[in-house]
Write a protein that binds this ligand. Structure first.
Ligand code: ADP
Length: 267
């Protein structure tokens, strides 16, 4: 793949990271953080050294989704660097661990805070840093992508009518930055009850409302994205997000873990 577009020197704290994966979505609430956290813990389970950077300063979810003993980031006063907190062997940085709660900030300030958190952290040697991107494809996201050399992007969407348009927006942003989109996760696509499968948001894109398969064809053909994953609605996935133990860590042999293992192999 072409060299990613990012401005300036690679910050010190990021120099020993082999792969930086952005998990992105056009809208909030589609399950981006759920995917980012479970992907990270799957990679860790596969033996990789992993970190998660929660870049959503307006609504940081990481402090809810994982439950590290130490819920505050520490500073190295001499080097003026941030030391990540850790849970089940995964290094974690979130604005929500900075002791300030949710932010009320304007865009450029947000970018400054995100970049500072990301680049002044002592990540150490990592095989993967998973970035839970702020939702959307605006300036904050673009700036973030220019600060770090992303290896790959995963796009999370729901199967509603605008899904295809959302995916296209995300792919365009990353392709401008020469970052390959390796997978799309279509979240909350179905649930099973009473021996039947239900599709609460319909079965795929606006162009082919009754044919889920066509979204796949379009995504693959138009953008050359090699993988599309269906993530079903699972009460356990939601409950684990609230409980602070990611589902893939709580139930490593479960169906959801299998989906994330396949995704883990793609990134
Ligand atoms: P985002 O990061 O896109 O804002 P989240 O990952 O925070 O979205 O998910 C929003 C809510 O939906 C959370 O409460 C999460 O636990 C829940 N959720 C996400 N995906 C699923 C799923 N497949 N099944 C059940 N609940 C889910």
């Amino acid at each position: 793949p072409a060299k990613p577009v990012y401005a300036g020197e690679l910050p010190m704290g990021l120099q020993a990271i082999s792969n930086i994966i952005a998990v992105s979505s056009c809208k909030g609430g589609v399950g981006k953080s759920t995917v980012a956290v479970n992907l990270a813990y799957t990679l860790a389970d596969m033996g990789a050294r992993v970190g998660i950077f929660d870049a959503d300063v307006y609504g940081p979810s990481l402090p809810t989704m994982v439950s590290p003993e130490n819920r505050l980031l520490e500073m190295n006063p001499e080097k003026k660097t941030i030391i990540p907190t850790e849970y089940l062997g995964v290094k974690l940085v979130s604005f929500g661990f900075a002791g300030q709660g949710r932010a009320i900030m304007r865009g450029p300030m947000v970018s400054g805070v995100i970049n500072q958190l990301l680049t002044t952290t002592e990540w150490g040697e990592l095989d993967y840093l998973v970035i839970d991107m702020p939702p959307g494809t605006g300036d904050i996201q673009l700036t973030l992508c220019q600060v770090v050399p992303l290896t790959a992007a995963v796009i999370v969407t729901t199967p509603q009518k605008l899904a295809f348009i959302d995916v296209a927006k995300g792919v365009r942003m990353f392709s401008k930055l020469k970052v390959p989109c390796v997978a799309v996760v279509e979240n909350m696509c179905h649930f099973d009850a009473d021996g039947k499968r239900y599709y609460p948001f319909g079965r795929g894109s606006v162009f082919y409302p009754n044919n889920r398969f066509c979204l796949y064809i379009q995504v693959v053909q138009q953008f050359g994205i090699p993988h599309l994953f269906d993530l079903p609605i699972r009460p356990t996935l939601s409950a684990s997000g609230d409980s602070g133990v990611p589902e893939v860590a709580a139930d490593p042999q479960g169906d959801v873990s299998k989906i994330f293992q396949e995704l883990g192999v793609c990134v």
